[in-house]
Ligand binder design. Structure first.
Ligand SMILES: [Zn+2]
Length: 146
């Protein structure tokens, strides 16, 4: 089925994979960091299928552990508050995954600017640096939250 999807949609799905590893699986994130070129090339469908299975497993565990979204499940929203705002602002010209990627970068940036507590998890920082922090707006300014 992956072979039938436009590359843009697959890459958008990779943003959700990054999100899952950032919130739940540091080892998976390190693996994805190592293999991101392989993933983005969209040539190795066996690897992509394994990646999807890994991420479905993460999401299922989180949803099963918190079916009423009263705690841990909220972590699945990482990048989505900003991402949904970006989607709306850009009138849905970017895909959901593209906006979530930008949203994760924005959330990490906001965290950096608002949180003096540097014990926050390193994967969020690494995802921002590794997978880009580019905003489509040339006049974009970092979000000041404090
Ligand atoms: Zn999403």
């Amino acid at each position: 089925m992956l072979r039938t999807l436009p590359p843009r949609e697959i890459r958008g799905g990779l943003a959700e994979c990054i999100k899952h590893d950032v919130i739940r699986d540091a080892e998976g994130f390190a693996n994805l960091e190592t293999n991101i070129g392989r993933a983005l090339a969209l040539l190795d469908f066996d690897y992509l299928n394994d990646l999807i299975a890994h991420n479905v497993e993460i999401k299922a565990k989180v949803v099963t552990a918190d079916p009423l979204e009263r705690g841990e499940r909220a972590h699945l929203n990482f990048g989505h508050t900003f991402g949904h705002a970006i989607e709306t602002t850009l009138n849905y010209k970017k895909s959901h995954g593209e906006c979530v990627a930008l949203g994760m970068a924005a959330a990490a940036e906001a965290r950096d600017r608002s949180c003096a507590d540097r014990r926050c998890d390193a994967p969020a920082d690494r995802s921002r640096d590794r997978f880009g922090r580019a905003c489509p707006r040339a006049d974009c300014k970092p979000i000041q939250t404090c």
